[in-house]
Design a protein around this ligand. Structure first.
Ligand code: CTP
Ligand code: MG
Length: 230
């Protein structure tokens, strides 16, 4: 069984929309709904755990009913930080779950092909993350933004979600993080900290996270383009 944990319990502060960015409508549907739809339609996904803000639970339950999603079998409350929300999701996994995919609800342009790649890589390597090679040269800076070093571009990738894991690997990583007080902005980092390998696979430059207002323009344009091509 393959389970997707979809995270929507953030506040969307950087979007500055006066509400959680998950509810911003893009072409008649909220961001979060676009994301869930892709997982719902993917035959390799068996069930979905949706993690939302405690005060938005009722609203989100109603939305799941409205769109008649069949695979969303749990809508649960998240925590203060993203890592806390993932932990809440992991606690809800069934015994029968083999592979867990963790995905940002804000990455609404994820595709079925990325989800399948993620599951296959997680089965093969135990832990895998979506990403893309950086296009720009990256510089590490220190005090007063003085450049410290310039890592080789070919070794640098931007990390995205979904990130996929064998269940025991991600559970172990989260327990290790609690015991050792490790904080990270993505889940693969916690697996890396346990000394396990994480496979990076090439996803898509379009798989952006709706984060700031410019991203709304980008996702709308890409969605329109996809519809024109379909
Ligand atoms: N997320 C979550 N629980 C949190 C924080 C974030 O489930 N406590 C989710 C967000 O809803 C989002 C994803 O994790 O889908 C990636 O986080 P981010 O883009 O940072 O979203 P927000 O935290 O909502 O945005 P911001 O940081 O601008 O407030
Ligand atoms: Mg955040």
């Amino acid at each position: 069984m393959n389970t997707a944990i979809i995270l929507a319990a953030g506040k969307g502060k950087r979007m500055n929309a006066g509400m959680n960015k998950q509810h911003i409508e893009i072409m008649d549907k909220p961001v979060m709904i676009h994301t869930i739809e892709v997982f719902e339609k993917c035959s390799m996904i068996d069930n979905i755990i949706l993690v939302v803000a405690n005060e938005e639970r009722e609203l989100c339950n109603r939305m799941i009913q409205l769109y008649a999603f069949q695979k969303v079998n749990k809508v649960i409350a998240g925590g203060v930080e993203r890592q806390d929300s993932v932990f809440c999701g992991l606690e809800e996994l069934d015994e029968s779950c083999d592979i867990v995919l963790i995905h940002d609800g804000a990455r609404m342009l994820v595709t079925e092909s990325i989800i399948i790649k993620c599951i296959n890589n997680a089965m093969k390597y135990g832990a895998a993350t979506a990403g893309v090679p950086v296009k720009d040269t990256i510089k590490i800076v220190e005090n007063e933004n003085i450049v410290k070093s310039t890592p080789k571009r070919e070794n640098i990738w931007i990390t995205q979600t979904p990130q996929g894991f064998k269940k025991h690997i991600i559970i172990d990583a989260y327990e290790y993080a609690v015991i050792n007080d490790i904080k990270a902005t993505d889940d693969a980092t916690l697996v890396e900290k346990t000394g396990k390998k994480v496979k990076m696979f090439n996803a898509d430059y379009e798989n952006i996270k709706v984060t700031t207002p410019i991203d709304i323009i980008l996702v709308r344009t890409i969605l329109e383009e996809r519809l024109n091509l379909a």
